[in-house]
Write a protein that binds this ligand. Structure first.
Ligand code: R5P
Length: 304
């Protein structure tokens, strides 16, 4: 049986269908003071259960998730496997300035303490977060899925048909050091070279991308990252690539957070196409024409 927080109801329905699992009934209410009430209305005693949850803002998502885990635990579930498509608060995985909280460690501790036995998630932000989690987990990689979708576009498949031309025409780009392993995975699939950049954050939510290395001139550049938040990183990388003579720019990013100015920034930039997954539920406004959403549901269903 599979349970879910409200924000992932559609995702859960899809997953339940594909994995041939029953979607467990829950009662979620909000008290007038804003506190959340959660109750599971299914028999789970001695059963293995899945619960889809989120640790991303608003913080109600996390509270609802923790209450569901708690309710399952009290009702005697044997093994609780959490499915967290996008693990929020992961970027706070080390101290940059003295006095800061390490949010990724705190969230990992809270999840463990709530009673999760096993975790399934997608493209965890960094190896540090994996260490913090201290529980058995499956970290699904979305690069193959995104690559597969990019390869379906006519422009790219035409180039790929001429193996001798791929390196001349396509380059995979990491917009910062953190994205390098993802770019390398993607480059392996495309059998081409990578280029990379340096990124600094002079202030929170402000990205400064510079020092492009690698040959991108006259090529289609595929920028790979784990997430698009305010889109500062992507747009910074886009500008640098354009300046260096890239012909066309495609984005392949796993988690479409699309916060603050992201949509207007992405719309303004002359990006050819933005490939993302459905690990974060998007509103209609956020699904604009250039955005192609590829579902991770079949990948998750396969490991259940
Ligand atoms: C950072 O380390 C991440 O991998 C992303 O590059 C970053 O979070 C994207 O944020 P934004 O879209 O706000 O630049």
């Amino acid at each position: 049986m599979i349970f879910t927080v409200t924000a992932y109801y559609n995702f859960a329905k899809k997953l339940a269908r594909q994995a041939h699992l029953k979607l467990g009934k829950v009662e979620i209410k909000k008290f007038l003071d804003g506190e959340i009430y959660a109750r599971i209305t299914e028999e789970v005693s001695n059963r293995n259960v899945y619960v889809i949850g989120a640790s991303m803002p608003p913080s109600d998502n996390l509270v609802e998730f923790l209450l569901l885990i708690n309710a399952l635990k009290i009702a005697g579930a044997r093994k609780i496997t959490a499915i967290i498509p996008y693990l929020g608060y992961s970027r706070g995985d080390h101290i940059v300035k003295r006095g800061e909280a390490v949010s990724a460690k705190l969230i990992a501790d809270i999840l463990k303490c709530a009673g999760i036995d096993y975790l399934i998630t997608v493209d965890i932000h960094s190896p540090r977060v994996v260490k913090f989690l201290k529980m058995p987990l499956i970290n699904i990689r979305a690069q193959e899925l995104l690559a597969h979708e990019i390869l379906r576009s006519r422009k790219i498949s035409k180039i790929m048909n001429r193996k001798d031309r791929v390196k001349k025409r396509i380059v995979i780009v990491a917009p910062d050091r953190g994205a390098l392993p993802l770019a390398k995975r993607m480059a392996k699939i495309f059998q081409t070279d990578i280029a990379w950049m340096e990124k600094t954050r002079p202030r929170p939510d402000i990205a400064s991308v510079s020092s492009l290395r690698g040959n991108v001139k006259d090529k289609i550049a595929i920028i790979v990252d784990d997430m698009i938040d305010t889109a500062g990183t992507i747009v910074g990388a886009f500008r640098l690539l354009k300046k260096a003579g890239s012909k066309e720019i495609i984005i392949a990013a796993t988690h479409p957070i699309f916060a603050g100015p992201a949509i207007s920034r992405l719309k303004k930039a002359r990006i050819f196409k933005i490939f993302v997954t459905d690990t974060v539920p998007l509103t209609e406004r956020q699904c604009f024409k250039k955005v192609k959403i590829v579902s991770v549901v079949p990948l998750i269903a396969r490991v259940l």
